[in-house]
Design a protein around this ligand. Structure first.
Ligand SMILES: [Zn+2]
Ligand SMILES: [Zn+2]
Length: 214
């Protein structure tokens, strides 16, 4: 059974997730740890719990979600996996950093593999299926476990709200389609872990999410 551990890092208050199961293998999703103390928080949690990181993956490559990619890549010797269509987002990291005034950050390594809709990401005794969900970023994906009823959805859905669509490669129409024609088809009890803010469920968002008014 997958356990989800959440950390909130960097000035964007981005949620980084470690997914682990009884095998102690774990996957690190969207490491946003920026400074030494945030990096230590992440690595200390891994050590204290005897976890074995086996994968480094991004839901999408906005700067707040990739600030810790280099740290995780080097420390645990993990190649980065993303959706191919988010390569332009990743290559924008340096410009984004100067735009937002970040200093002393480490550029993300290049991805070494890509995943796409329907791919299965395995770790320990668990698996996640990849849902392609553009609109907020062109190569945005969500990671879904049917067995454990969880969705790691990055910046697609937020509790009551949804991700920005005005950034490069974004589109309101596409985002709305992703949410209403893909994510809302998942079971109501699916717990949605967001890239910012608290968790929610598909059932709750189907009733009241702001995207339904748009
Ligand atoms: Zn984003
Ligand atoms: Zn974000």
């Amino acid at each position: 059974m997958i356990q989800v551990h959440k950390f909130t890092f960097n000035p964007f208050q981005e949620n980084t997730y470690i997914l682990s199961d009884e095998s102690k293998d774990c996957v690190i999703v969207d490491p946003g740890c920026f400074d030494k103390s945030e990096q230590n928080t992440l690595s200390k949690f891994i050590e204290d719990n005897g976890l074995n990181p086996v994968k480094l993956i991004n839901t999408h490559c906005h700067i707040d979600h990739v600030l810790g990619n280099n740290f995780v890549n080097k420390k645990y010797n993990l190649p980065l996996g993303i959706h191919k269509l988010d390569l332009p987002t990743l290559s924008f990291m340096g410009q984004s950093a100067s735009l937002y005034g970040f200093q002393g950050y480490e550029l993300s390594p290049d991805p070494e593999y890509f995943f796409d809709e329907g791919d299965i990401i395995k770790f320990g005794n668990s698996e996640l299926s990849v849902i392609f969900g553009p609109g907020h970023a062109p190569g945005h994906v969500a990671f879904y476990s049917k067995a454990d009823n969880i969705l790691i959805n990055g910046d697609i859905l937020f509790k009551g709200s949804y991700g920005r669509y005005d950034l490069p490669g974004g589109s309101f129409e596409v985002l709305k389609k992703t949410i209403t024609e893909k994510l809302f088809l998942l079971p109501d009890e699916t717990v949605v872990y967001c890239g910012h803010g608290p968790e929610t469920t598909i059932g709750e968002e189907k009733k009241s999410n702001m995207i339904l008014m748009g």
